[in-house]
Design a protein around this ligand. Structure first.
Ligand code: SAH
Length: 240
């Protein structure tokens, strides 16, 4: 079963949605639930909505930030109620499930769900590689949080049963925490070699970070990029 796929809920307001999520996950064979700064948890409401999935609530990991929930993941997919509301490559529910099932064989995968009212914040979106949007009535495409979780978990269940999904990817991708270290290194190098002025940084770095995240370098490529940055830092000022 797809035990390497985790569901991450960000700052959930209604405890009932946490219970419904646990049940949806267990029904569809998933077990890893991460709760980022939940408003009301543990709670009786969550327990009663979970049915026979209270074990998922008991083993849920509560963390303060999204970064902490995904640091060991190599694929992070954000969910969004609206098309194109996120500047990330978009996946349908089916494509999301296939990708998640394929990549979970090598490294943990995270599916990130936003707040009931506000969805995901920009700084959270920037930590995802892809967005998934469940196709729905254009006039009202916003699903209840627990039901959005249910649909994506069902797609994952179907994809993991399917013979069509290839067994594994060839090249592993870096973990979120390695990407964060690369982003810090890129930023430091940009200042060191005076590509960016600390006093007037502008948005160049944001664009560069988005470019690298979108490109999804493999582990090997990321290590080459780190070597490139090291050399640029070391040799800065030598050539002129
Ligand atoms: N106004 C918010 C609505 C949030 S709904 C927004 O536009 O994002 C709460 C959460 O349910 C969302 O953050 C997302 O995780 C999930 N969700 C709701 N409808 C969805 C849909 N059509 N596709 C994918 N996720 C959806």
């Amino acid at each position: 079963m797809s035990s390497n796929i985790r569901i991450v809920l960000i700052k959930t307001w209604h405890a009932g949605n946490i219970g419904a999520t646990a049940r949806a996950m267990k029904n569809m064979g998933l077990s890893e639930l991460y709760l980022v700064d939940p408003v009301d948890f543990p709670s009786e409401e969550a327990t009663s909505r979970a049915g026979q999935a209270t074990d998922i609530l008991q083993s849920a990991v509560v963390v303060p930030t999204l970064g902490a929930a995904i640091k060991d993941c190599a694929l992070v997919i954000g969910t969004s109620a609206r098309d194109r509301s996120i500047a990330l490559p978009a996946l349908t529910a089916e494509q999301c499930a296939e990708k998640a099932v394929l990549e979970q064989s090598k490294t943990p995968v995270a599916l990130v769900f936003g707040r009931e009212r506000m969805g995901l914040h920009n700084d959270e979106i920037q930590q995802c590689h892809f967005q998934v949007n469940i196709d729905a009535n254009k006039e009202y495409p916003v699903l209840n949080l627990g039901q959005a979780v249910q649909i994506l978990c069902y797609e994952i269940f179907k994809a993991s049963q399917s013979q069509n999904t290839p067994k594994s990817i060839e090249e592993p991708y870096p973990l979120h925490e390695d990407l964060v270290r690369f982003q810090e290194h890129l930023e430091q190098t940009a200042y060191d070699i005076e590509f960016i002025n600390r006093k007037h940084p502008g948005q160049t770095l944001d664009h560069l970070q988005a470019l690298f995240r979108r490109a999804r370098p493999t582990r090997k490529e990321l290590s080459i990029l780190r070597g490139f940055l090291n050399a640029a830092q070391k040799n800065h000022g030598k050539s002129d």
